[in-house]
Design a protein around this ligand. Sequence first.
Ligand code: GLN
Length: 551
Amino acid sequence: MAKFIFVTGGVVSSLGKGLTSAAIGLLLERRGLSVGIQKLDPYINVDPGTMSPYQHGEVYVTDDGAETDLDLGHYERYTSSPIDRTSNYTAGRIYLSVIEKERRGEYLGSTVQVVPHITNEIKAAILKMAARDLDVVITEVGGTVGDIESLPFLEAIRQFALEQGRERTMFIHLTLVPFMRASGELKTKPSQHSVAQLRQIGIQPDVLVCRTERALDEDLRAKLSLFCNVPKEAVIEERDVQSSIYEVPVMLQENGLDDIVVRRLQLAAEDIKLDDWKEMIATIRSMSEEVVIGVCGKYINLNDSYKSIYEALDHAGIANRTRVRIRKISAEDVEREGPEDLLRGIHALLVPGGFGDRGIEGKIQAVRYARENGIPFFGICLGLQMAVIEFARNVAGMKGANSTEFDRDSAFPVIDFLPDQANLDRKGGTMRLGAYPCTLRDDSLASRLYGTRAISERHRHRFEVNNRWRPALEKHGLSVSGTWAEKDLVEIIELPSHPWFIGVQFHPEFKSKPLSPHPIFRGFVRAALARKSGLLGQKVEAAVERGSGSR
Ligand code: GLN
């Protein structure tokens, strides 16, 4: 029977609750336990799929096609927890399910209420994760204690502990201990208030994890312990990390968190094995080589919008013992100023996914610059589509080539709706989502990188390379090196005449882990290194027939 850990947060949002939950998961796995992690999100959207990346950051996609919170990315990068639809429930999804049941008459006779109907539905969501044979289920409750939306979730986990037994459940509360510059001291009051609020709801935390920029001294620890009613050894310091977020689990382990959890839940745990993880951190700290990778996109000012991409680049950097410096390049700036100044000096270019036409001409110009100057190029989803449009216009002579997402009247709609997508009028959860198999062409960059011909990757898109124009594009030197056999859809394109140029219709960034970096990202950073040291070809446009269009 599984044991349960609930992670709540107080004082402010963005404390890194997802990261902390993932780190706890990793520590328990490294003590020989099986772990499942899930997140309960208090907002009303049924999933984050229709939210702007400005609001919500990246939408993380699971194998089974759920559009979820980006914290699931942390879970998957740190642990081998099953990650799918049962890993993320929003208030909207819970309410929708209750309302659908009500309409079907499943509550006939009763008044449907937050308690018990909504709280029952929340508890069922937690048990669904536990239904797999797991030792521990970690449930992160999104939002901050004190939010109106959080209440039903906190009430549900209170009931859950009562019903499942307090000895099988534990509450970990993440809080901020701010440093006041004026008085030069750390302050405990916000944590006291936040725990008081939790206790008012009926939840007594077992552990207080304190985010802080300075070390907590004994007095402060004693004060937090006394006022928050938590044993002193369960006041755990989580200092801001120096070089990488992958230091968090090691810090928490050194501060005794895994021992407290194991003891409190009486888990049959082994000694911790973290050597490979610590070795990785030592590598990160010692890396002296560096490459500059340009990321040209629309959501450039926000770290969270391309979260998994930046993480995957870091993983690939570690594998190549190279620090990856990201140069964030606004696609709209490229549109206004041209690519030369903005892209000069980068060792490789990545164009990430995206929606809507803002900045697309800038992205297309950036791809052209990379293609013509032999700069390693990696296009993801919209990035592939940009590369195909650029090639169609500037190499295959298809003037005005475009995607029907941006120009319905283009004479060369080289990117068009996927079959079945054109007539959809519902936006939520209707894209091509989740894992699909892809067959790689022999002797392609892709098959060399993956070292196999059969792969599976995750998707989230409505548009796709238009097969009608494929022969014309191929004639001019664009190679389709990966397809979904069942519908003959283009999944990967390459330019064999270029030293390193690949576009993928899927999102490989979701499957990269720090200790097993994704092969394309790994190869991409290697190519950037080669470019830096002058080992990659320089000018390559001569090799492709420029401007001689068919049609
Ligand atoms: N907007 C494009 C499409 O829907 C690309 C999507 C993406 O980059 N995730 O196909």
